[in-house]
Design a protein around this ligand. Structure first.
Ligand code: BGC
Length: 323
């Protein structure tokens, strides 16, 4: 299959998650330190996705001004990533009110892009990418999202005519919602999906997922006993089939595809996490899909900030050969 990479440089990425997207009361917030960007680049990643909770730092009323100190914090992270030659994806993350009440928040969402897009208009279009919105969902249905994304893209294009813009389908960027995503006619769009299946494995014990406690102990791809082979083969095939379905949609629509998040929560066993991560990553690469692991240094962390070292099984699963 022809490569679908959004850019030759956006192949192997890391989400610097729970940092600029962290809610003020987050137990797990991570500072976007420059040495983390060094660690990401030195390990062999070429891309960093920077989720940003712009809406949590913007005024509630028009013109919805983003607080300057926060915007400057984002600037520093963006420029530090770009200075390291990392392809950098900036998005609008955790805009929960928009998902719940799209009508009340549409203008505010567009006003955010009216501020973000010109702010970075002079950054290298080959390296800095925008992503319109993380995981549209709830009342932001596929139909409403199709209308809103076209409006947001038009706002971005006023100041950034050639920049790559990533757009994911509604229903939390689920690949099954790709068929309902309508992309405007634009030569610089990349579709993006998130992949967390099987969910009871990747989100076992996740405190934000109701009913996930009984999933604890779910392994993936474990071939301990004779007789496991069929189950393991089926687990692997399910992932491969899902990603192939997404790649086929992208090919049919002539649009590059990016897997912007995939990962397994820290309460799953590390061997299973490493097996699943390696399999998703390999399948994505085989299909020509660029990817970014969720996430660097908190509860899905491939890196342990307490010791400043990679969790080797996860690092090997992602970037086995380094640079
Ligand atoms: C959310 C995180 C969450 C992750 C996995 C991300 O999009 O921002 O809070 O941990 O998905 O569920």
């Amino acid at each position: 299959m022809a490569p679908l990479f959004s850019a030759p440089s956006a192949r192997r990425g890391m989400n610097l998650g729970n940092a600029l997207d962290a809610p003020a009361d987050a137990a797990h917030a991570l500072a976007p330190r420059e040495r983390y960007l060094d660690a990401i680049r030195d390990a062999g990643f070429d891309t960093v996705r920077l989720p940003v909770a712009w809406s949590a730092h913007a005024a509630p009323t028009a013109p919805y001004t983003v607080r300057r100190a926060f915007a400057e914090r984002v600037d520093r992270a963006v420029d530090a990533a770009l200075a390291r030659g990392l392809t950098t994806i900036v998005n609008v993350h955790h805009y929960h009110e928009l998902h719940e009440d799209p009508e009340a928040h549409a203008e505010r969402f567009l006003a955010l892009w009216r501020q973000i897009a010109p702010r970075y208009a002079d950054r290298d279009p080959a390296l800095l990418h925008f992503e319109l919105l993380n995981e549209p969902r709830a009342a932001l249905t596929p139909e409403r999202w199709n209308v809103l994304l076209a409006r947001a893209l038009a706002v971005v294009r006023e100041s950034n005519p050639d920049r790559t813009v990533l757009v994911g389908p509604a229903e939390m960027n689920d690949l099954r919602a790709l068929p309902r995503l309508e992309l405007p006619d634009d030569d610089h769009l990349t579709a993006t999906i998130h992949y967390y299946a099987p969910f009871p494995f990747t989100h076992q014990g996740a405190h934000w997922v109701e009913g996930s406690a009984p999933w604890l102990g779910t392994s993936w791809g474990a071939d301990a006993d004779r007789g496991d082979a069929d189950r393991v083969a089926a687990e692997r095939a399910a992932v491969s089939d899902d990603l192939a379905e997404a790649a086929a949609w992208a090919k049919a629509h002539g649009v590059p595809l990016f897997l912007g998040e995939f990962g397994a929560y820290e309460r799953a066993d590390l061997d299973s996490r490493a097996r699943w991560t390696a399999h998703v990553r390999r399948e994505a690469e085989r299909l020509g899909i660029g990817w970014a692991y969720w996430e660097f240094g908190t509860d899905f962390g491939a890196f342990d900030p307490a010791t400043d070292t990679w969790r080797e099984p996860l690092r090997r699963a992602l970037v086995p050969d380094g640079r």
